[in-house]
Design a binder for this molecule. Structure first.
Ligand code: S3P
Length: 441
């Protein structure tokens, strides 16, 4: 079964307050890693198989795109039906598809596949849904054009036309930290003449570097750069995708709100470029134990046990931390009123160009629940010591907003209704069911 077939259209979800979170969960596969495994296996030679592949709609968009470009994608029966997938790659050469490649809601798909296609023969059109069509694409057009590809945007956005070309490696410093832009360049660099170097001021998630190595490519890294030499070929792999830390974030933050919680997450991805939330929760006073650490293809996986404090302290997230925690900031802001000293977020302007303007929606929804909050262009200040009440939440069709406010709702007075709750399926279709299994009332 395809992940998209699992989507249930629920326009509204009622979240009732909880007493605590207790139990053990195994999270579905990491969205970022699934994208990379899906895209690279589509280009590679041979058949790759992945277990615990993300069930989210976004990685399915990546698979659908490589399938439209000639790869064979087959979902295999697994213990939870939709989590095993086999991808037979095209062995280096994609076939242009007759119709546009639909990236759905997925910025990762659009930006990363632009890099893969920049070196391919032919013309490719990339389209997305309304939210994706609003997101900035100049950040990939510029460096890929410098490498020699012809890329046309529509007023800085999708639809994008990529006319592939023989590319030459470049040395590029990313002006804003972005793993998607880095990945687009590495995927193009893999197929280019010469060496491509990407320099970044903050080390963003490094799943692309690890995945490229897993598929047999060679890369070199320094503290602030990664280089890939072109004309390398990829060979199929067999891999298990670690549990998604950004999905786990909702459960970790929810558990941290209740002194009586006891939550265990097994098989969780603990790549250091993704695990900063554990440090923040520790700084807020939670006790976090990491057990059973293992490594596969460079990705760390382990069990995380969270024991909350009597009450959470407070913290500031800014600078490099803001970039590393970018997907976790909405849920951190959503639990901030329940801390003693509040949470201050700065240097997070990128939140305004995600699936929605996440600063705007977090501020609006916190206020709807009765919180005092101050908005800044690049972040927000949420004072602590505030009790929220149930409200109607506008998710704006953004999965992380829907899930973040489901968490805030667990400690509110009265019920909360989440509008557009079905958007959780973009990254985490199982979210509401899993929440019910661990929320004690
Ligand atoms: C992602 C990188 C981040 C993140 C997104 C996934 C990735 O985006 O917000 O959810 O998988 O590389 P940016 O590259 O725009 O920072």
């Amino acid at each position: 079964m395809q992940a998209s077939e699992l989507e249930v259209v629920v326009t509204e979800r009622i979240i009732r307050p909880a007493r605590n979170l207790a139990g053990a969960l195994r999270l579905p596969g990491d969205k970022s890693i699934s994208h990379r495994y899906g895209l690279l296996s589509g280009l590679a030679e041979g058949t790759s198989t992945f277990s615990n592949f993300s069930t989210g709609a976004d990685p399915s968009s990546s698979l659908a795109c490589v399938a439209a470009l000639g790869a064979k994608v087959e979902w295999l029966p697994g213990h939870s039906n939709a989590d095993r997938v086999a991808v037979t790659g095209v062995g280096g050469q994609f076939t242009p598809s007759a119709s546009p490649l639909d990236c759905g809601n997925s910025g990762s798909t659009m930006r990363m596949i632009a890099g893969l296609l920049a070196a391919q023969t032919g013309e490719f059109t990339l389209v997305g849904d309304e939210s994706l069509t609003r997101r900035p694409m100049e950040r990939v057009r510029k460096p890929l054009s410098q490498m020699g590809a012809q890329i046309e945007l529509t007023d800085g956005h999708a639809p994008i036309t990529v006319r592939g070309a023989a590319l030459a490696g470049i040395d590029f410093a990313t002006p804003i930290p972005s793993a998607q832009v880095k990945t687009a360049l590495l995927f193009a660099g893999l197929q280019a003449e010469g060496t491509t170097t990407v320099r970044e001021s903050v080390r963003t998630r490094d799943h692309s570097e690890l995945a490229l190595r897993a598929f047999g490519a060679q890369l070199t890294r320094t503290i602030d750069s990664v280089s890939i030499t072109g004309k390398q070929t990829l060979k199929a792999i067999e891999a298990a995708v670690p549990g998604d830390m950004s999905s786990a974030a909702f459960f970790l933050c929810a558990a941290a709100l209740f002194p009586e919680s006891n939550l265990v997450l097994d098989g969780l991805g603990l790549n250091p470029t993704r695990a900063t939330l554990l440090d923040v929760l520790t700084a807020l006073g939670a006790n976090i134990a990491v057990l059973n650490l293992e490594e596969k293809y460079g990705e760390l996986v382990g069990t995380v046990q969270l024991n909350p404090p009597q009450s959470l302290g407070g913290t500031t997230v800014s600078g490099a931390l803001a970039a590393q925690l970018i997907d976790e900031l909405p849920v951190l802001a959503a639990i901030a009123p329940y801390t003693r000293n509040g949470i201050r977020i700065r240097d997070a302007k990128e939140l305004r160009v995600k699936e929605s303007d996440r600063i705007d929606l977090v501020v609006k929804n916190l206020r709807a629940m009765g919180a005092e909050v101050e908005e800044f262009e690049d972040g927000l200040d949420v004072p602590g010591g505030q009790q929220l009440h149930g409200a109607q939440i506008d998710s704006g069709g953004d999965h992380r907003i829907a899930m973040a406010f489901s968490v805030a709702a667990l400690r509110a007075e009265g019920d909360t209704s989440i509008l557009g709750a079905e958007s959780a399926a973009i990254s985490f279709p199982e979210f509401f069911d899993m929440l019910e299994t661990v929320a004690e009332r």
